[in-house]
Structure formats: C-alpha cells, structure tokens
Write a protein that binds this ligand. Sequence first.
Ligand SMILES: Nc1ncnc2c1ncn2[C@@H]1O[C@H](COP(=O)(O)OP(=O)(O)OP(=O)(O)O)[C@@H](O)[C@H]1O
Length: 732
Amino acid sequence: DTDPRDVSAINSLYTSLGSPPLLGWIPAGGDPCGEGWQGVSCVFSNITELRLSGLNLGGILDEGIGGFESILIMDLSHNQIGGSIPSNIPLTIKNLFLSGNQFNGSIPVTLSALTQLTQLFLDDNRLSDNIPDSFQELRSLVDLDLSGNNLTGQLPPSFGNLSSLTTLHLQNNKISGVLDVLQDLPLSDLNVENNILSGPIPPKLLNIPNFRKDGNPFNTTILPSPPAALPPFIAWAPSPLHGPPRGRPADGPSSSLVLPQWSKGRVFWTNKRVIVIAAAGIVTLIVLGVVLLLVLRCFRGNKDSNKHGANAYNSSGKKLNQVQKSSSQLAYQTEKVDKATVTRPMDGYGLESGDTRISPNLQDEQLLDANTRPASSRHQKNHEINKGGLDVKSLSIRPPLPPPLLPTVEEASVSPIMPTEVNGPGRSSRGRDSCSLDVTAFTIASLQQYTNSFAEENFIGEGMLGGVYRAELPDGKLLAIKKLDTRASRWKTDAEFLQLISTISKLRHPNIVELVGYCNEHGQRLLVYQYCRNGTLYDALHIDDEMHKKLSWNARVRLALGVARAIQYLHEACQPPIMHKNIKSVNILLDDKLAVRVSECGLAPLLSSGSTSEFSGSLFVSYGYAAPEIEFGSYTCQSDVYSLGVVMLELLTGRESFDRSRPLGEQFLVIWAIQQLHDIDALARMVDITLNGVYPVKSLSRFADIISRCVQSEPGFRPPISEIVQDLLHMI
Ligand SMILES: Nc1ncnc2c1ncn2[C@@H]1O[C@H](COP(=O)(O)OP(=O)(O)OP(=O)(O)O)[C@@H](O)[C@H]1O
C-alpha cells in the first residue's frame, strides 16, 4: 500500500486543485501506487513522480504539498493553477515544473532549501517582485527558466553559486542591472531578451553558444566581429525567409551581431562604428560591382556558346561543356558540379532499380492488395498522392549523406534523391536561399493557402509537438504539415532548427515518412511531410475495425519488419546513429500501399531539448512503450528496440500498450504478456482473436520469441536491431 503520508498529501493536493477528473484520484484515502492513479509513479510504496502537465487543472497549490515524502519529479506545467507557489515544496524534489500556469506573488525564498533541484521551470506565470537571493546551495541546478513573468530588480548575487547551470532563461521580464554575476557559470544557453538590463556585457558571456539578448538597453562596448565570419545560414541582412537571426551556432561568431538591436540603440552610433560601417559599405559596393561585371560577362559568354557551340568559352576562359547548350542546362550542370554526388536510377522507393541485394521493396511485400484496401474513414478527401513517392524523371542532386556505419541493405536508400513535389509556386526556394538545405523552404502564406488557413476540416490530429494539418497543393497533391508548438521548438535557435531540418531531410528510407519541406517564418516553425492517407497502425489495430480485420498474420509480420527496418536504418545506416525515442503505434503511419512509414524520425531533440517534462503530460499516451531505463534518464538505441517489442506485442495481441479499462494486472501490455510468451498454450490464448486462429503456430512462437528478447529489462540483453530484422526476414 502507498505510504499513508503520501496518501494524505495527494488527497490534499486533489482537493486544492478543485477535485479535477483525474483517473483514480479521490479526496480521501485510496492507494495511488497500487491503483495506478493518473500521473502518479511510485517506487515501492512511495510516490516519486507526479506528472500532470496540460490537463487543464485549476485551483491552487496549498501547503499540503509539503507532505510528499519522497517526491522527485513534480510536473504541473501548462494548467490553470493560480495562487502563490507554496513555501514548503518537499526537500526531495529534483525536477519542478510549474510553467504555463497562473502562479502569482513572489518566488519563495525557501527555495534555498531545495538543494536537490536539477530543473526548475517557473516560466510563463505571473510571478512578480525580485528574484530572491536563495540560490547559494542550489549547486545541482542545471536548467532554470523564469521567463515570461513580471520579475523585477537585479539578478541576485547567489546566481553566481549555480555551478552546474547550463540553461538560464530570463527573457520577457523586467529585470534590470548587469549580467556580471553570470559570467563564471557553465552556461550553454542564456536568454535574457526583453528585459531592462544594462551593460557592458561581460565578454565571457559572448562565448556562450546560445546567447540571446535582444530587447535590452545594453551599453555594449564590444565591437561586433566582421560579417564575413558568419556562416551562410545566419544571414548578415535579415532574411525574408527566416526572419531576423536570433542566434548563432556553437562555433559561430559573437551573438553581439544580432542585427535588429543595432538600429534601436542610440549608443550604437559611435565614431568607430560609423567608420567600420562606411568601410563595409564601400567594400560591399565594390563586391557588387565585380559580381555584376562577372554576371554580364557570363551572360555574354553563354550567348556565345549558343552561337558557337562547343567552341565557346565561358567568362573564366574555360571551355564550356558541350552539353551545356541552354541556360537551364547550364544551371543544372553548375548545380551538379557544386553538389556533385553520384546519381543512380531509383525505383519509386529510393532504391536502385538494378539493386540485387535483399531489398525492402514494398511491392514484393505488399500487405494487402490495393484493391481490397478500404478508403480511410478518417480522411474524407481522397486525393491521389504521387503513387511512387518519387519520380525517376525528376531526380535531382543532393549533397552526399554521411557514410553509413555499416554497409546494410538500406544503403541504397541514402543515395542522393530529390522528391518531385519541391518545385512550384508558393514554395520559396532551395539551395543557397534555403540555407543550402535540400528541402523546400515554404512560406507561411503558401502553407496557409494550402491548408485553408489551417482550417478545422484540415486538422488531422494533435501530437506532443503540435497539431498536424492536411495541405493540398494546387496540383491536388497532399501533404501533412506539423505546426510545431512554441514549447517544442523555442529551445532551438534558428541555426539549430535548420540543422535539425538538414538532418531530417537526409533521412530517406522506404519505411520512413519523408520530410518535404519546412517553414521558419515570423516565429512559426512547421514541418512539411509526405501525406500518408491510411492513418496509423494504432488506428488500424484499435480504432478501425475494417482495417483491423484485414491485418492477417503475415501482414502483421511484414508491418513489424517495416518498423524494424526503419529503426535499423536510423541506428545503423545513419552516422551518428539516430535514436527515434518515440516508437509507438501512433507514430507508425500506413502509406497508400499500406506499407509502414515511421514518423517523427529525427525529432527526438525537440522532445528532449530544454525539458522533456514539458511533454510529460502527453507522454501518458506513450504509456507502456518506454523502456525501464528511461526513468533513470538513460536512453540508448536499445530503448528503441524495447519499444519495437511493445509494438510487436500490440500486433500479436491486438491489445493497446496501456489500457486503463482492463483489470489492474492487465493494464500494461508488457507486464501482462511477458510471463506468457514462452508458453505455447498461453500464447494461443493471448493472440488477437480477430485473427480467428489463422496463423502458423511456429511463426507465432518465433514472433513471441523476438518480442521477449526485445522487452528484457536489461538493455544490454536486448538484440541489436539488425538481428531482429534478420529474424523477421527469415519468418517471411
Ligand atoms: N505524414 C502524415 N500523414 C498523415 N497523417 C499524419 C502524418 N503525420 C501525422 N499524421 C497524423 O497526425 C496525428 C498527429 O501526429 P503526431 O505525429 O503529431 O502525433 P502523435 O504521433 O499522435 O503523437 P506524438 O507526438 O506523441 O508522437 C497522428 O494521429 C497521425 O494520424
């Protein structure tokens, strides 16, 4: 039974929150650990975690909160909780997340006693007054976010004792004074934007990889570095595509170059700077003149080449290639030389058409005949998307991908290919203008047009990172647009976001949803994916009865193989390996051929940056997929293997990974199933009744064997993903 002191504390919390409809929760007594109350995690009989983010909770937090004996994580972020922050937060607390509520009053001085704190998020509340000088003993604090409040006064001297602090967000307050107290901290992410801080800025702070300081009346004495040092994706002039630069990459120049700031500060126009700028202006004019001259000569040269064919010479005096007969061919050729990679003919799935190696070619492994496929009940509009996904005729060039770790069967799919849907109106650009990315930078205006202003009827669903909308291009092609929540992407600077896009855009595999483009405009960040019109594996197994009935045993094995191959690609063909970190049946989409397309690949940095906790409320949805080691902050490739095991269990049993409606011992699928996987009779009882007993017993038992190896609690005992792929292939 739960420790009575914890029971009393949670009962009190329940009442102070206004008795919200939380599963299992009652105002008096009960056994929160034994009964699995919503959002409660325990170790033995003590409550160690309360995760209640984004559940629309109201009320207040009263002093009863101090009654929790062993609480480590308390996440009440993104609710409507008001009142002041209680002064007796339990001393055991390590992670306290109260972001996005209505808390008012001051930050309690008793914070000083919370010496175990590693993460403290009080952002986006209504906290006022000075930040208390209570940080002397908080030496374990790594992330501190006080942004979006009404905090005033100067930074407290005890900030200087935060010897583990790497992230400090103080933006959007009314904090004054100087930043000196921060200069010796190990910060890698500092945001003090929109306060009333003054300078000079300690030079050490300018070395912080991610330092944002716009919107302060800094009397900076530090001269900016020359613009030439800027990497191409941090534009010297504010880019119309990406808005003003907000940050810089880790190895980039000083962030004192953030331009919009300059025009505001009166102190900016010192004599020295006027001279520097005038000189820069003259140099720019000269460069422009030279460029113009070269362009004119090139143009003339090109005309000549048309006139004289192979005998023509270009502006630099080099003989033009004979195939460059038209200006468009010239452009193509130039790109080819710049980005040179070997381009091989592909089949519709990015595989070499002549590739004789074991191929994940889906046509051979069709799950269901396309004619027997039901029209997706969820998606009314039945527009055809590019059947093959990619078009041989439109192949273009993209930069080489990082070399694969191991030569695998998926090797061909990392070959340079380009989707057809990238050229056309409404999409801004690629190449240099889109920061050398090989996906399209869409404008927000065009995405609005394609989604009918993100209209309700185009809303597909909401995930942890934001809503997903269906978009229809003028040619009728469908796309899925993931509109990233600010809480998902605000941890990323523009450069980091574009880096993420660059990584995801290189993921090409027949079992991975393809990123078509992105948008990073006016503070909005969106990801544009190919559209999968047959919903998710979750829908197929648990919602859509028609689809469920059509999932034969062989189809299920092939689906498992598709997911395993996608993971194998991420773990073994990508360098560095990419951990998915969110494998679950909702993230396994089914394309128009009912083949697996794993979504959210490469998005793990968005889930884990800043605070995983921000998403913990939604992580309830993931219940049952997470490997045990994740609780201790350890995530490896083998944690993905565990989640794959759970998905395979879902396929075998037709049950959800976590189902509150079942009796206690059966709610967690893994816990219920694990003891029975080696017992052939028990297996026969566990297997999905929708299969009507139609499955080869040997295959079932092999499948169960793979599962039981995947879901072992010791990560080191789980098989590498390549072994699972091989085992599944043998079954087929
Ligand atoms: N490329 C796509 N094509 C069609 N539908 C999609 C696509 N991507 C996502 N969806 C739909 O949008 C919904 C939300 O997707 P999203 O990936 O954001 O969240 P999720 O998978 O439900 O949850 P989580 O964020 O926890 O992984 C999903 O239910 C899925 O059906």
